[in-house]
Design a binder for this molecule. Structure first.
Ligand code: FE2
Length: 327
């Protein structure tokens, strides 16, 4: 077991009582038959309405995380209704997404409505609100959701002005050996470990973050940004250690110190079937430890949905006031 796994505190995992899990399963199954497509506005509206029918113990948990994600900026809700035995084979194709409603998709979209509103990016996974995070043959070394080597710590869509506020990861099936860990690290916990010099530098717009190729390259190159923004005592963070560069020697030094500080506070959780991890993408980074896919239909299968706390802010990036950001 790694040092970071031992450091994971008990409060990071919140167990849902079996009776509440059964009620969540009932509401989810009812929602499955409400429309043919997850991405229909009508189905999302039905999910928003169904959210109100979920047991109070679950809504309370999500509501309190939405208001304040705590020092770690992440939570794992354990014991949600996922029946691993009745699942189909884990998808293997690149860009795999869910289009037809399932109980798992219902749970993700209802929860997104509890955190804010679901959202997706047209350039990523064809704009589907519920996406499969699965290992893809030939992409083992890819620094993204299709890979299986160590995935470096990042804010989701760090380059984007309207990156998601919350990233939800629902584990349907763990990896064969149970070694893939979701790592999270929050700036709230790392900040006190950094030197004043590094912190001062991280507030300056001396960094740039490369978008993935699917988003196209803006003609004038990546935008310069600060890594820390907001209020000094509880800042937001914007960084992807696979895509962010410091534009000056001081910025590169500060980035290296930040990386060490985040590693020192990182927590690693090995997700089980029925675990829903929620990461507050404004203050917390995430990554994944390596695992070995077998491509036998029983590989690790996580489903992902993003939530925006204030969908209105990205209105200019969406057509027809839908849930997909087109740029
Ligand atoms: Fe990610």
């Amino acid at each position: 077991m790694s040092k970071t796994a031992q450091a994971a505190p008990a409060e990071a995992v919140r167990a849902i009582p079996a009776k509440a899990a059964a009620e969540i399963a009932d509401v989810s199954l009812r929602l499955v038959s409400e429309a043919d497509r997850i991405d229909d506005a009508a189905w999302v509206a039905a999910a928003r309405s169904a959210w109100a029918e979920l047991p109070a113990v679950y809504r309370r948990e999500i509501g309190s995380f939405r208001r304040h994600s705590g020092p770690s900026g992440a939570v794992v809700v354990r014991g949600l209704p996922v029946d691993e035995q009745s699942l189909p084979a884990t998808p293997m194709a690149g860009g795999s997404v869910q289009r037809a409603p399932t109980a798992a998709a219902a749970l993700l979209v209802m929860t997104a409505c509890g955190l804010g509103d679901p959202a997706a990016f047209l350039a990523e996974k064809s704009g589907a609100l519920v996406q499969d995070v699965v290992p893809v043959p030939g992409q083992e070394y890819f620094q993204g959701n299709a890979g299986s080597v160590d995935l470096m710590m990042h804010n989701e869509n760090a380059f984007h002005e309207h990156r998601p506020d919350f990233v939800m990861l629902l584990c349907l099936r763990p990896d064969h050996e149970g070694v893939a860990g979701l790592s999270t690290a929050s700036i709230r916990e790392a900040l006190p470990k950094l030197s004043d010099r590094a912190v001062d530098c991280l507030w300056q717009p001396e960094f740039s973050t490369q978008p993935p190729p699917s988003f196209g390259s803006p003609e004038d190159g990546p935008v310069r940004h600060a890594v820390l923004t907001g209020t000094p005592e509880d800042p937001d963070i914007q960084v992807d250690f696979a895509a962010t560069t410091g534009l000056t020697p001081a910025a590169r030094e500060a980035l290296a110190e930040l990386s060490d500080g985040l590693v020192a506070v990182a927590r690693t959780v090995r997700l089980r079937a029925g675990d829903l991890a929620i990461v507050d993408n404004r203050v917390c980074l995430h990554g994944r430890t390596a695992f070995r896919p077998r491509y036998d239909g029983r590989d690790r299968w996580v489903q992902r949905t993003f939530a925006m706390a204030d969908l209105r802010r990205s209105r200019a990036f969406r057509t027809d006031d839908g849930y997909v950001l087109v740029r």
